[in-house]
Write a protein that binds this ligand. Structure first.
Ligand code: GUN
Length: 284
């Protein structure tokens, strides 16, 4: 039976460390602030944004919410981003994705100052990650690395398989595993022999967006399984990409959903916002 990787506990310790540093900065007269922008009323995005605001409060980080209506134009959003780029009280800018159809997500991401891009989504920060010289790591993959580290399983030389190739999770996740000297394979919807490739993984990261996609026959005995999935079922229950019950019988370590990767994503966002504030104040 697999051991559970406790994302809530790991995230609590990351947030506690951030809170301590934020308090120390406050004593020097430096405040830390995050602007959170949400456009429209997607219920999942609303929950994520509320959780991010709560985390800010628990770390002593000021949050500034900008809730814009679903018919906001691209120009209006770009204007707000530019205003936040200039705002000294705002150290980090997070524009919650997805955005409504009339807005080009790419344009908005690129409009955020790289120094305030705490998601690490814009091309400058993605490029920095690629060459291994970065200020911020993207929140979800970085959180996954912390969870892997919490098991004490070393990535070095291990076969790592990432299922999913999104810019937000799959691609940067593969890069972070590569930085740790993992032997990395990225699988996606066109991959042939997916099951056989996954079965070779010592570390398997699922970021597919399909409930129970990873079944026990796709998992090697003793593997570390990280489930990035956040799928809402018809009955309202949250469910990952991994068939948790069955895969728990095969894996050595596994993340639950909820309580695994989700809380870590937010903890990393807090850490990135703190880093942004330190850099902007010449402290890092
Ligand atoms: N939507 C889903 N995940 C994320 C994330 O990590 N950052 C932002 N900005 N939007 C998201």
């Amino acid at each position: 039976m697999a051991k559970i990787i406790d994302g809530k506990a790991v995230s609590a310790s990351v947030k506690a460390a951030v809170a301590q540093e934020v308090a120390a900065l406050k004593e020097q007269g430096i405040s830390v602030g995050l602007a959170v922008v949400i456009v429209g009323d997607d219920p999942a995005s609303r929950i994520y944004v509320n959780n991010k605001k709560k985390a800010c409060a628990s770390c002593g980080i000021e949050s500034f919410e900008y809730a814009l209506s679903g018919d906001t134009t691209e120009e209006e959003l770009l204007e707000l981003v530019e205003k936040l780029n200039q705002d000294k009280k705002v150290n980090g800018i997070l524009v919650q994705l997805p955005l409504p159809r009339q807005i080009d997500e790419h344009k908005v991401i690129e409009a955020i100052s790289p120094k305030k891009d705490v998601d690490a989504f814009n091309a400058v920060n993605v490029g920095k990650i690629m060459i291994g010289d970065f200020d911020f790591l993207p929140c979800t993959p970085s959180g996954c690395m912390d969870l892997i580290d919490s098991t004490s399983v070393s990535v070095e030389g291990k076969r790592c398989v990432v299922i999913g190739r999104s810019n937000i999770v799959g691609k940067p996740m593969a890069m972070l595993l590569l930085h740790r000297n993992g032997t990395v394979t990225i699988c996606h919807s066109r991959t042939k022999d997916l099951k056989e490739i996954c079965r070779q993984a010592d570390i398997l990261v699922a970021a597919v967006g399909k409930p129970n996609f990873v079944t026990a026959d796709m998992v090697k005995e003793g593997a570390v399984v990280i489930d990035v999935g956040m799928n809402r079922l018809e009955n309202g229950k949250l469910c990952g990409d991994v068939d948790f019950e069955a895969v728990s019988q095969v894996a050595e370590w596994i993340t639950p959903v909820p309580g695994g990767v989700g809380p870590m994503t937010i903890a990393t966002l807090m850490r990135n916002t703190l880093t942004a504030a330190k850099i902007q104040n010449g402290l890092s």
